[in-house]
Design a protein around this ligand. Structure first.
Ligand code: BG6
Length: 508
């Protein structure tokens, strides 16, 4: 892999959690792999006053606590943090941005970073516009000398109107090819592997359509609650926080047509087509197709766990969903009539994300099945944890007669010796540094995703009678979610921590 060109990376909101938990540890890992530029500076910018020394110390602690590198040695840490510096900035002050510009130009000269700058917005989304305008105002969006790239964390907008407005404002100052909108799920190795599984193997493509697939199920469950993010989450909810972005992107990769190449726009055009083919959920159908839930207090492994409404920053009568299950269709030739079921929630029994392809049954059933499951063949693409792939199929149980048993064929990333799976942020930061935007969301993808989400959000707002079901923390969500699965005897898959364990009695 090539080293990126020399550059200065400026992180706005650098005193926040994202910088110390994810960004700086990811940059440190890139440094250890020799994948940072020859010459680089990482500058934190934020309201909190820090000296360079204090900032380095805080980031060093972040690396020690959160880095995936085992036991980083002191010398490596010192060497890396030597590239960090900090500037205190009021994001609304034009004067501060002029000072920032002066400082950046000086540093660029003294470190020889080639007038290349990347601005990372790790701030609350409400100030993306102000920061970007101020940067443009002091000439920092101008690419006549060196590159200028702008990375935006999610959420990108709050609904279609605000997402579109943000795109429009940014486009007045910055070209779309300078904008990198993060969806960290796209940075996950296993999410990218969906493309490889589908398009590097000739055996799947002929079956990957409405003729052979019965349904698709995507689960993204988390065992944690909202933790310290109650006030953000309460104005967001699972639909905006997980479905509009991560789950729809996974749907896009699962359902897309083969791209003509791996060029950023070739891949993103195909994902966009999937989003454009999503059958809108009509307001009248929301109660039937979309189940929302909120966790209530409970005991998990002998520990008392608060309900959502008792969490810090959450309104005591909050109607925000911490769980959502829904059914939708993709109206195109490949997927017409195949239901897609998605499910995501906080405070579920396990942290697990997976995509399950259920293949149709054989047209004539020669053999009696012992077990209840009516579907013989499932392909499970495990995003996390125990990353891997599992194919389930029927075989004959040895002995007289034709008793059949459903068995597993599995691959686990952890079995690959000496292969290190990079973190999502490592991959995305490296890609932004090398100018590859394939794994970042484009303006039209974001807007089309919001277009799908908006009617659901509106239906909830307009019809307070649509139920919000409680579910005890530590469970798989409201049982009403089973009702949206069509067909008797069918149910969700209840995944375990280990990919190949099945059923409700497993390690969570
Ligand atoms: C974030 C959401 O985008 O993704 C969080 O805002 C969620 O609420 C997180 O916890 C999940 O990411 P991961 O990588 O832990 O599955």
């Amino acid at each position: 892999m090539k080293k990126p060109d020399n550059l200065i990376l400026i992180i706005f909101g650098a005193s926040g959690d994202l910088a110390s938990r994810k960004l700086i540890p990811a940059l440190f890992s890139l440094k250890l792999q020799n994948l940072l530029p020859e010459k680089f500076v990482i500058m934190g910018a934020g309201r909190t006053p820090f000296s360079d020394e204090d900032f380095r110390k805080k980031m060093k602690e972040g690396i020690i606590t959160f880095s995936e590198e085992n036991d980083p040695d002191e010398h490596q840490l010192e060497q890396f943090t030597g590239h960090l510096s900090y500037i205190r900035i009021d994001n609304t002050s034009a004067g501060d941005f002029k000072k920032l510009r002066e400082k950046l130009l000086d540093m660029d000269k003294s470190y020889g970073t080639g007038s290349n700058y990347i601005f990372y917005m790790a701030t609350p989304p409400g100030i993306y516009k102000t920061v970007s305008e101020n940067l443009a105002m002091v000439g920092m969006a101008d690419q006549s000398k060196g590159f200028r790239r702008f990375i935006y964390e999610k959420p990108f907008g709050y609904d279609l109107e605000s997402g579109r407005a943000l795109n429009n404002i940014l486009h007045e100052m910055i070209g779309e090819n300078q904008i990198y909108r993060i969806d960290h799920y796209l940075g996950k190795e296993t999410v990218q592997n969906v493309l490889v599984t589908r398009f590097a193997n000739g055996i799947f493509e002929p079956l990957w359509n409405r003729n052979y697939i019965h349904r698709v199920e995507i689960t993204s469950a988390e065992s944690i609650g909202v933790e310290e993010r109650g006030s953000y989450y309460d104005s967001s909810g699972a639909l905006r926080d997980m479905v509009q972005n991560h789950i729809l992107q996974m749907t896009g990769l699962t359902a897309m047509e083969p791209p003509s190449s791996l060029e950023p726009d070739a891949v993103r055009n195909e994902i966009l087509k999937v989003f454009q083919s999503l059958q809108p959920v009509r307001e009248a159908d929301v109660a039937k197709q979309v189940i929302r839930g909120q966790y209530t207090g409970s005991t998990i492994r002998e520990e008392c766990v608060s309900g959502y409404r008792q969490e810090k920053g959450v309104a005591e009568n909050s109607m925000t969903e911490t769980y959502i299950a829904m059914k939708f269709y993709i109206n195109n030739w490949r997927w017409g009539g195949v239901p897609f079921y998605i499910r995501t929630g906080k405070r579920m029994p396990a942290r697990v994300t997976e995509i399950v392809i259920y293949f149709k049954r054989t047209p004539h059933h020669l053999f009696q099945r012992q077990e209840g499951n009516l579907i013989s063949n499932m392909l499970i693409i495990r995003i996390q944890p125990d990353e891997g792939i599992l194919l389930k199929f029927d075989m004959k149980e040895p002995g007289s007669g034709f008793n059949i048993k459903n068995v597993n064929m599995d691959f686990h990333y952890k079995d690959l010796a000496d292969v290190r799976v990079p973190s999502a942020y490592e991959r995305l930061l490296y890609d932004a540094m090398t100018g590859d935007s394939t794994l970042f969301s484009r303006d039209d993808e974001i807007e089309t995703a919001w277009k799908f989400i908006d009617p659901i959000q509106k239906a909830w707002a307009n019809n307070p009678g649509i139920k919000l079901y409680g579910y005890p923390a530590g469970t798989w969500g409201p049982s009403n979610a089973n009702e949206i699965i069509e067909g008797c005897g069918l149910d969700w898959r209840y995944p375990c921590k280990n990919l190949t364990d099945d059923g409700l009695l497993c390690e969570l």
